[in-house]
Design a protein. Structure first.
Lengths: 441, 118
């Protein structure tokens, strides 16, 4: 069986909109995956859907898809762009494909991850605190279970050239095409673990090809190539990038990404498998190519993870530039002035947080000795359950330009934008309580 | 021979990210000798006290010897996590660089065996 070549052209909603077409053009891919859904993206999409029942998906995909048309139908696409509304997204995609003359291209739609209508059927205790969901139940805006690779494979078996999903575990976008092409069984734990390692390495796009690399100055990031996994039937793979592209693939870039956002590396949980990342062997197998082998897997967890988001007030953050000498002290004093002015009118938000960027405030205190920086960026953040308090805070920054210490500047973008805040509530549901659905349009 | 004070980045690279209100920091040695040094000296308590100013409650340390790495999970260190954190660095993306600036004391001949090789 030939290895299957899978490339990932998008690591999050907000990633480069040019990357997918560049990867499709240069990658000689069998499959292109596009990953759009960070933990809290779903809550934003849920609100969009509340306002407009046709919305609630990653609209970037509709901008990207026209750039991929020249590579269809040979290239198959798997994406979670469906977000909170896979059907709504699918209708737009179908119309776009039909208009391009691709009427015969089958569109697979995976749903069943949305548990918002079933909240009272499950306990959904907070994964860390054990607290019952009842305390925030009325404020929940989205609840999505992470589906596995199974329904994507079913869509591929039914001939889908594009598979559009809601919430699935990110690695499954890669595991599914490999499982489909190589006919893996759902208890092929080692192979599923190998596919999961490949999917984990790919899911953040350019983070495995030189992005975030501690020695990234040794490669060209401007022309960075997005990653490709060439997956063999035994679950091993080679990680690479298009020839001639920028970036780098080496033991350092791959090791850094292997452990990115990982807890216990010996038990990385997905709906498909419990993967042991500590069993994996890395080898530089060519220029900008690393072979990844020997992954071991254990049976998949009994419970599936649910990601719940609930409304938690309002927030805003504003910045001002504070020049030296004594910039740090001046900036901190500005923070105190704003705080006292808000206290005077009894409008101090519940969370009021002053950062002096340039004085070491993003690091643990005392990490780096701080000289007298020529200027710093004052950033003040406010959050409260009441929108009015956050709006009132937003009006208190500009006055510093005339009634603060000398030289204050950088007030050009107007009052801070007040946005709604969502809190994250991770929980578990039994696997048999979840019914994935697959449709072909 | 007396020991030298250098940054942790002389012997290791790394990356950090978030999981809810927790962060993970992977510290990856350049050589097996460096990994042995990390295992002996970079305890979870040492990492916890380093990040104490950011409110970390406890630190778990995992080993991934296959890539010469220690993976630290820093509990409750993100002031509420991605959506709620009042900080610029809502996801702990800067934490690996912060930890790699830690000062460590090593013997010169020891350092030679732990440095990055090109």
């Amino acid at each position: 069986m030939n290895p299957v070549r899978i490339g990932n052209g998008c690591g999050f909603w907000g990633d480069s909109v040019d990357a997918p077409a560049r990867l499709a053009a240069q990658g000689q891919l069998d499959y292109l995956t596009l990953e759009y859904l960070a933990e809290l993206t779903m809550s934003i999409l849920a609100l969009q859907k509340q306002r407009d029942p046709q919305a609630g998906y990653a609209s970037d995909f509709l901008e990207v898809l026209p750039t991929l048309l020249p590579y269809l139908p040979t290239l198959r696409i798997i994406t979670n762009a469906g977000g909170m509304n896979p059907q709504g997204c699918a209708r737009r995609v179908r119309a776009l494909l039909d208009a391009a003359g691709l009427t015969g291209l089958r569109l697979g739609v995976v749903s069943g991850d949305d548990l918002l209508g079933q909240l009272d059927r499950h306990e959904l205790r907070h994964l860390d605190t054990g607290e019952a969901l009842a305390s925030v139940r009325e404020r929940v805006v989205s609840a999505n279970v992470y589906l596995g690779s199974g329904p994507i494979v079913e869509a591929l078996q039914r001939g889908a050239g594009i598979v559009l999903t809601g919430r699935v575990a990110d690695a499954c976008l890669t595991v599914a095409p490999a499982a489909f092409e190589h006919h893996w069984r759902w208890d092929d734990w080692d192979r599923l673990a190998g596919g999961t390692v490949a999917g984990h390495l790919l899911e953040c796009g350019a983070q495995v090809t030189g992005g975030l690399w501690l020695h990234s100055e040794e490669c060209d990031l401007a022309d960075i190539g997005y990653p490709i996994a060439t997956l063999a039937a035994d679950g091993s793979c080679r990680i690479s990038k298009p020839p001639g592209s920028g970036g780098a693939v080496n033991l350092e870039t791959v090791a850094e990404q292997l452990l990115y956002e990982v807890g216990n590396p010996a038990a990385y949980l997905t709906p498909d498998v419990t993967a042991d990342f500590t069993s994996v062997q890395l080898r530089q197998s060519g220029p900008d190519e690393v072979s990844v082998s020997a992954a071991r897997g254990q049976p998949a967890p009994e419970m599936l993870k649910v990601s719940i988001a609930y409304r938690n007030g309002w927030a805003a953050a504003g910045t001002l530039v504070v020049p030296g000498p004594g910039a740090t002290a001046k900036a901190r004093r500005c923070g105190e002035i704003v705080q006292r002015r808000l206290q005077r009118i009894d409008a101090l938000p519940e969370v009021f947080y002053v950062e002096v960027i340039g004085s070491g405030d993003t690091l643990p205190a005392g990490t780096v000795p701080i000289a007298d920086p020529p200027e710093v960026l004052l950033r003040i953040y406010a959050r409260d359950l009441h929108r009015a308090k956050v709006e009132r805070f937003g009006r208190e920054l500009a006055p510093l330009v005339t009634s603060g210490p000398p030289g204050i500047t950088g007030y050009t973008s107007g009052r801070p934008v007040v946005r709604e805040v969502f809190a994250y509530w991770p929980a578990l549901v039994p696997r048999d309580a979840v019914t994935p659905q697959v449709e072909i349009l | 021979m007396s020991r030298l004070t250098v940054h942790l980045s002389e012997i290791a690279h790394g990356r950090s990210g978030d999981k809810g209100n927790h962060a993970n920091v992977a510290v990856i040695a350049y050589t097996p000798a460096g990994f042995a040094w990390l295992r002996e000296h970079l305890s979870s308590e040492r990492v916890r006290s380093y990040f104490a100013p950011l409110g970390v409650s406890r630190v778990e340390r995992y080993e991934a010897a296959n890539v010469l790495a220690l993976n630290f999970v820093l509990r409750d260190v993100l002031a509420g996590g991605a959506s709620l954190s009042p900080r610029s660095d809502t996801q702990g993306k800067a934490f690996a660089l912060a930890l790699l600036r830690m000062h460590i004391d090593v013997y010169p001949e020891e350092l030679q065996a732990m440095r990055r090789r090109l």
